[in-house]
Design a protein around this ligand. Structure first.
Ligand code: F6R
Ligand code: MG
Ligand code: MG
Length: 369
């Protein structure tokens, strides 16, 4: 029987503003998931947060898109949102866009990344959680993990990783997908995923003939676009990813290595700015300066018999101090541009924010030149 890792997240209220998640919300979620373990809905869970996003990390054997598991997540978020309303937390219930649950959280506001796989003798799994950015923020690190030999030594020197990986890339504007193979089609992959606001890596698969089944993903990224759901800007769709490691896959250290570079992502203040992504421990995953800078946390698990066990907070490590320092320097540099591009996002990306309201107000004052 396959093991499923389901990471489902939502912003159901910030403390204060959009900074972080109140411990009472975490407790509410934990209590509800504990009951679900006792009732046999899931096997194990870990509740976490990054910035204002409440993250439910769950394991079970019910496969992806299980109505039972999605319903559990939805109800857990609702309970946490009720608590948030009681405490008058900021934006209580923000991401719960539907009035009622309808079989799957997709399209209802929460984001999800799920992966069903046959457990190996030992299965290291990393859950990445980002706040104040969008799914395309994972394009660069996921590409580097599974296709860049300067990042992942195993692509060159491990015979079982040498043949490369297949990337499932989604066009999130037109709801289309394409499978491209690395290294053969590496330049095509890059041609797409460099446009990270449109083309996002959804999954990565091993190739036929390798040590892992070619139909079971080894990485999955949430690609939920809140504004497609809500029709207007209701907060960035802060993404999560699940990545498996070792034994024919990139090693744990190769999975973490791309995050030593604080690459520019879009999001940050009002979802409208480019800024560096800063790898942090969960305890430092509070978005403060200019509502950021965008953060990423990483929890490592040794999945065993569909249970998670204890997490290791992987960026809680001095090895990432220099990256954080560099991210702060880049934040200073970017901030000095104020409302100017490329700190502020280009017009096309601002269409989904509150800017059109400003332009609407000015439209009658424009004269012909
Ligand atoms: C970005 C984010 C925040 C808010 C900002 C304004 O994803 O959540 O930067 O956009 O704090 O929030 P409101 O409009 O709620 O006052
Ligand atoms: Mg928020
Ligand atoms: Mg958020």
């Amino acid at each position: 029987m396959k093991t499923t890792v389901s990471v489902i997240k939502a912003d159901v209220g910030g403390w204060p503003g959009h900074a972080t998640v109140h411990p009472e919300l975490m407790r509410t979620a934990e209590e509800n998931l504990k009951k679900a373990v006792a009732a046999g809905v899931i096997k194990d869970f870990h509740v976490s947060h990054v910035g204002d996003d409440l993250e439910l990390i769950m394991t079970h054997t019910k496969g992806e898109d299980s109505t039972e598991v999605h319903k559990l997540a939805w109800e857990t978020f609702q309970k946490a949102a009720d608590k948030a309303k009681e405490l008058k937390l900021y934006g209580a219930g923000q991401d719960l866009l539907a009035d009622a649950f309808s079989g799957n959280v997709k399209g209802l506001g929460p984001g999800s990344a799920e992966m069903a796989f046959t457990e190996r003798k030992s299965d290291p799994v990393v859950v990445f959680m980002m706040d104040k950015t969008e799914p395309g923020a994972f394009n660069l690190p996921i590409f580097r993990i599974f296709a860049d030999p300067f990042n992942t030594a195993g692509l060159v020197i491990d015979p079982s990783a040498h043949q490369g990986f297949v990337f499932e890339i989604w066009d999130i504007m037109e709801d289309k997908k394409v499978f491209l193979s690395a290294p053969e089609e590496m330049y095509d992959i890059l041609a797409l995923i460099g446009a990270k606001e449109r083309y996002v890596i959804k999954r990565v698969y091993p190739k036929e003939g390798g040590p892992l089944p070619a139909d079971e993903p080894v990485a999955v990224i949430s690609t939920d676009k809140l504004y497609h759901v809500a029709g207007k800007y209701v907060g960035k769709d802060d993404p999560v990813a699940v990545v498996r490691a070792q034994s024919g896959l990139p090693a744990l250290g190769e999975v973490l290595e791309p995050f030593a570079f604080p690459h520019l992502v879009s999001g940050w203040m009002r979802g409208s700015h480019n800024g560096p992504i800063m790898p942090v421990s969960v305890k430092d995953a509070r978005c403060t300066r200019f509502d950021g800078p965008p953060r990423v946390a990483a929890l490592g698990f040794q999945v065993a018999n569909a249970t998670l066990g204890m997490p290791v907070d992987l960026f809680d490590d001095p090895a990432f101090d220099r990256t954080r320092q560099q991210a702060e320097e880049i934040a200073d540099y970017m901030r000095r541009h104020g409302p100017f591009e490329p700190h502020r996002l280009p017009m096309a990306d601002m269409e989904y924010t509150t800017l059109p309201g400003v332009l609407e107000r000015l439209k009658d004052r424009f004269e012909k030149v």
